[in-house]
Design a protein around this ligand. Sequence first.
Ligand SMILES: C[S@@+](CC[C@H](N)C(=O)[O-])C[C@H]1O[C@@H](n2cnc3c(N)ncnc32)[C@H](O)[C@@H]1O
Length: 567
Amino acid sequence: MKKNDFVTLTIEDIGVGGEGIGKAEGMTFFVKDAVVGDVIEARITKLKKNYGYARLMKIIKPSEKRKEAKCPVARQCGGCQIQEMDYKEQLKFKGRKVRNNLERIGGFESTLLDAVMEPICGMEEPFHYRNKAQYPIGTDRDGNPVAGFYAGRTHQIIPNTVCALGKEINTEVLNIVLGFMKEFHVTAYDEGTGTGLFRHVLIRSGFKTGEIMVCLIVNGTQIPHVETLTERLTKLPGMTSITMNINCENTNVIMGKEIRLLWGQEYITDYIGEIKYQISPLSFYQVNPVQTEVLYGLACEYAGLTGQETVWDLYCGIGTISLFLAQKAKQVYGVEIIPQAIEDARKNAEINGITNAEFYVGKAEEVLPDYYRKYEESNPGSRAHADVIVVDPPRKGCDETLLETMVNMEPDRIVYVSCDSATLARDLKYLCENGYELKKVRPADMFPMTVHVETVVLLSHKKPDGHINVKVEFGEGEGKVPLDNIAKRAEAYKPKERVTYKMIKEYIEAKYGFKVHTAYIAEVKRSLGLPMYDAPNAVEELKHPRKHPTVEKVEAIKDALKHFEVI
Ligand SMILES: C[S@@+](CC[C@H](N)C(=O)[O-])C[C@H]1O[C@@H](n2cnc3c(N)ncnc32)[C@H](O)[C@@H]1O
């Protein structure tokens, strides 16, 4: 078997990235766009020792779980990964993914998960749910302006103005912008040369208000004939805000810092539940408004508020969960690293007349421990306490310093909202080893047609009924040995499994979904002052002399080293 050979596969499983998994001649193959139950012909694109990757060439017998993609470019576009999988199957896949991670990484027993896991909250209408779209603008071979999406893992634009996940109005906006560009010979930005004007079009829609925002991201400070463009756009129903964003940097970051108002107002308004939000082009705002209400509703239900509670909302963004909870709590404190988001949170509290929410800018893993320490210093003998702590961290999960402080604060309940069930499982393991009990787990599908899944978890504090200290000692007289010392000594003498680079790599790939180079592991080990006698061969390090691992990779490597008890 070699590269470019054709294989016939029956797809038996799904990988974490949504790819179909099938076997041929004892080898496991991962095939993008293949669905469980399909019998397919695939061409081998990459071969490793025991597994390989193959491209779907022909569906010999389609699975019953296969659905025709709604979008004509579903396979090329990087936005959706599983549009050809029946939606019910998508939900099963996501529920299983969360459960597997809790079992495998979190170490939770299957019987416990049977008891605490609630069915995934799916969508009734899993298309056209996104209230925000950012279309890159480019030029096709004939010199015409095009808008679309980047093909998976590239910056090649796949022209498509009809996205199955976006709002229908997006197509009308893009047709106006592209028509205008063609008519007035306005150029599209070219990443290679850094020339051309239009880079991206950002469109946002208020789900409850129907308000529309268009922001034109340009490589310059002027748009020729801009009045004609705005006049055409204002004819669209709901148009509320037209702005331009200046981004003249040679960067992959979509938005620049400066916003100029072209027409209407700088923001649109929308509601989550009863709470009103002002959303500007640069604001973070959840993209699936229907499921956001479901998610926050779950968080609120799990928080079990009666009006008497003090609640911390860590990683609060623009305070969406904080304000939702503030309606039912005595006091809410939100913490977020981005100052602009905290400004939005304060403004949103004000426009909703909410006075029991306070917001702090900073890293959750610094703000909460600081608060805890200062409280103890000024209230000797008593501890800072919270009734409920809610966390909604980014994909990398919570920092251990933060988890430690949370445990010290002994909240009655912790509500963990997560967008990555692998790091969620790791953090739950820590919390459950330190006094908490898993009570409820509910996945929610915020991003149908993609492999992503959110999860809301309720943990409650295990309250001991009382303590009895029992000290057991062996032997007689002077040389008595306490029982726990015997256990410690036995542990110290237990031969440790040798931790190889391969084990670290496999752990990271399974948990974080990305690969790390051996040289990166060596670099992190060296920076931690760890012995390098089992270091990889020097050749590998020399191949990449100037590259350094990203922060995300360093954290993943440290986590793996902790997992294997190297540090
Ligand atoms: C998944 S979002 C949650 C946002 C918010 N809860 C919501 O639902 O809109 C994670 C947030 O954490 C913030 N963040 C990232 N690292 C952080 C840190 N170390 N401390 C505090 N906030 C952080 C990000 O800026 C982002 O707003």
